[in-house]
Design a protein around this ligand. Sequence first.
Ligand code: LLP
Length: 420
Amino acid sequence: MFLFTFVEFNFYMDLIEDQYFIQGIPVLDIIKEYGTPIYVYDTQIIERQINRLKSAFHVDKLGIHFACKALNNINILKFIKSCDVGLDTVSIQEIWLGLKAGFTPDQIIYTPNCVGVDEIEMALKLGVQINVDHIETLEYIGHHYPDSKICIRINPHVMAGGNEKISVGHIDSKFGISIYQLPLVIRLVQTLKLNINGLHMHTGSDILDAGVFTLASQILFDAALKFPDLEFIDFGSGLKVPYQTDDVSTDIEEVGELLSNSFNEFCNQYGRKLKLYFEPGKYLVSESGMFFVKTNVIKQTPSTVFAGVDSGLNHLIRPMFYGSYHQILNISNPKGRPRIYNVVGYICETDTFASNRAISEIHPNDILGFKNAGAYCFSMASNYNSRFRPAEVMIHEGKHYMIRERESIEDLLKNQIEVL
Ligand code: LLP
């Protein structure tokens, strides 16, 4: 006789009978060991996403650079490096982190915005690939560092991105050099004999419409024909991952097919095979992360049942900042009857994680798990209300590792100078 156990496999955790597991480890054991609030990352999912991205493209040379602003724990960076992926950075500090994680300068792209020349100079001296999004910086590099290889970030003026705050390729955006300024760029390149080895664009995050990549890439190809010494074209990112059940997500195989075809056609026209670069953040790590919190109170008001948890906008600001949706599961009671809650934090502001959400009945001390907690969650956390930032755990090859300690009062006081 066969005994069937109900197993629900999903991207984040496996539900076996009434327990959640990550790589075979019961989630509640992890919580017992490390406490809450806690971020937990599953390296298997990061690897799966990297492989999926790599196999979606059919080009001679594909280069993936992980946008480390999404998740910057050094262990995750080392793991990503071991998967033959480079690093996309936006600050000198991210470059330092990347070098510490073992990336070589040639594996790092640096795409700053509105930084001073002192930081640009530091990056140039470290030998990373610089991606310039300001005409005066181009001139500066031409005058002072004439031998540098420079990539140019073009703003193609395409409206893309899941919300206004993360749409960056439109005409009012501060990012990139406008495509309409191309004649001026070419004049400078020729006069100053700049070595332009790459063109770049990044139009936004959470892009719903795959057609945006095709449209913007055509603009980039037309511009690229004017630069004879290119080594690569970088299509940025914006690949959308699902947040809700049945959510729209980028069909990476479709994007890969369309873009590979147009890229290969472009290379024929250009007369040389170039490298195709992508720099995903969310696509590689969003689904690898869970954020676990403990329910402090169930508080009923005349209109609402609140589940108040031991966290807030200080640890996961996306719902409050962008209106982002993070699915929430009751890890302690996966199969309870669904009830409607507003899940809120303990910060002295309105920090609502979710409104009118059906979740398996929640009791005080229940552990709740937030999905899509790998990208832009810990990396955007703060100490607001003088709260400690959470610990981080990595699940790798069936074992769990604490990869960042929970902060302590010493951390809060670390750089304060008592003068009274
Ligand atoms: N490349 C550049 C130049 C970028 O500015 C970004 C993200 C990326 C790549 C990676 O984009 P992704 O694959 O993650 O969509 N905090 C916001 C997202 C901000 C994205 C900033 N730039 C959020 O939580 O939705």
